[in-house]
Design a protein around this ligand. Structure first.
Ligand code: 1CP
Length: 351
């Protein structure tokens, strides 16, 4: 789709998502609201994580905390990828990641998974978005998000986070039909969930496929990619940027380039210039500083940031971010340094 340049009215982040030229590279940070911020820890010492995500005033407050502290170009809704899954009838707690009370591994459990309307499933999410939009400056867009069905599947079947997700992967291969039924239901719920966020005021939507990189290209094409394509196709009419992040997805990019996302998130293992070569010039890239680079000296951090700008800046359509979520031990001063550096230096790297 050709879009005219509208640099004055349109926030930088949105222009960059559509590969339009911008005066500098926009920047935001995955997991920018969270435990590395003392103001977040203060709220979390009073409420548990699930209550925080379900209480609109508090979730809105936590979303805005990093915006008040840093000159970021986008906010992201404070929630979790598992939030809409609870309403499907899956009991869970967080410690700190999601722990599913009864991992889904039988046909009857799959039949029992509900596909509720988003309004009834997560009314607090639309309410949170409305509060955030009232408080956010109009120059800063709000990103809504969901987990990709395959990544949600890994938590549902494994029951909790894991390095290898062996249970989830063995289930996928021993019960491919049942697996596809889970993925179908998750896809239906995520389409509604993302649509509801856009209707409530989210100005871009991101799909986190944190565990896509566990799969070979063939299995990714069979089990993960079709649901992502269906979500993106179903949301195209909303006319807001859609971002897809296949974590550790270097070998998947040749497939991902056709999914219809406006922006593809790149983890730190792949250089942005290599990613661009595969994705082509019509797709924007988001990333990709190693989150642990924030622990280096300021001098080293500065040159690592410049390097990401150099790799990403060789054309319009780069949104600066980390290559995955920020670590909870990160010094917030380093984040301030990063945001300033991107603001000051990015123009020099634009061709
Ligand atoms: O104790 C606490 O305060 C909870 C820690 C925490 C936080 C701050 C969790 C539990 N989730 C979140 C918020 C969150 N999760 C956001 C907020 C918005 C932001 O500022 O970015 C987002 C976008 C997510 C998404 C999320 N949750 C993902 C996808 C992104 C990614 O990092 O790959 C995943 C995989 C999860 C699962 C999850 N939830 C929480 C944790 C610690 C985890 C990872 C668990 C694991 O696999 O071990």
């Amino acid at each position: 789709m050709t879009r005219s340049s509208n640099l004055e009215a349109e926030p930088l982040f949105i222009s960059a998502c559509y590969c339009k030229p911008t005066s500098r590279t926009p920047v935001w940070i995955m997991r920018q609201a969270g435990r590395y911020l003392p103001e977040y820890r203060k709220i979390r010492s009073q409420v548990d994580f699930l209550t925080l995500t379900k209480t609109p005033d508090l979730a809105a407050e936590v979303t805005l905390q990093p915006i008040r502290r840093f000159d970021l170009d986008a906010a992201i809704l404070f929630s979790d990828i598992m939030t809409p899954v609870e309403g499907m009838g899956v009991g869970m707690e967080f410690n700190p990641g999601p722990i599913v009370s009864e991992p889904i591994r039988t046909a009857s459990q799959i039949d029992a998974l509900r596909v509720p309307d988003a309004d009834e499933n997560v009314p607090f999410v639309a309410e949170t978005i409305k509060i955030i939009r009232q408080e956010l400056p109009s120059t800063i867009p709000l990103i809504g998000f969901a987990g990709a069905p395959f990544t949600l599947f890994t938590y549902l079947v494994e029951g909790q986070g894991s390095k290898t997700f062996s249970q989830a992967r063995s289930f996928l291969f021993s019960e491919p039909e049942l697996s596809l039924r889970i993925l179908e239901k998750l896809t239906d719920v995520m389409i509604q969930y993302l649509r509801t966020q856009a209707q409530a005021g989210a100005q871009a939507l991101m799909i986190f496929d944190s565990w896509a990189g566990l799969l070979s290209v063939e299995d990714y094409r069979a089990f993960a990619y079709p649901s992502v394509c269906r979500i993106i196709k179903s949301l195209g009419h909303l006319d807001i940027p859609l971002i897809y992040f296949p974590n550790q997805g270097a070998s998947l990019l040749g497939t991902v380039k056709d999914c219809g996302a406006d922006v593809v998130g790149i983890d730190w293992r792949t250089s942005l210039s290599a990613a661009r070569e595969v994705l082509g010039s019509e797709v924007a890239v988001q990333g990709n500083l190693d989150p642990m680079a924030l622990f280096s000296s300021k001098k080293d951090l500065g040159s690592k940031i410049d390097n990401v700008l150099k790799q990403g800046g060789s054309g319009p359509g780069h949104i600066f971010n980390l290559g995955h979520g920020i670590d909870r031990m990160t010094d917030p001063d380093r984040v301030a340094f990063l945001v300033e550096r991107v603001r000051e230096r990015s123009q020099a790297y634009m061709l």
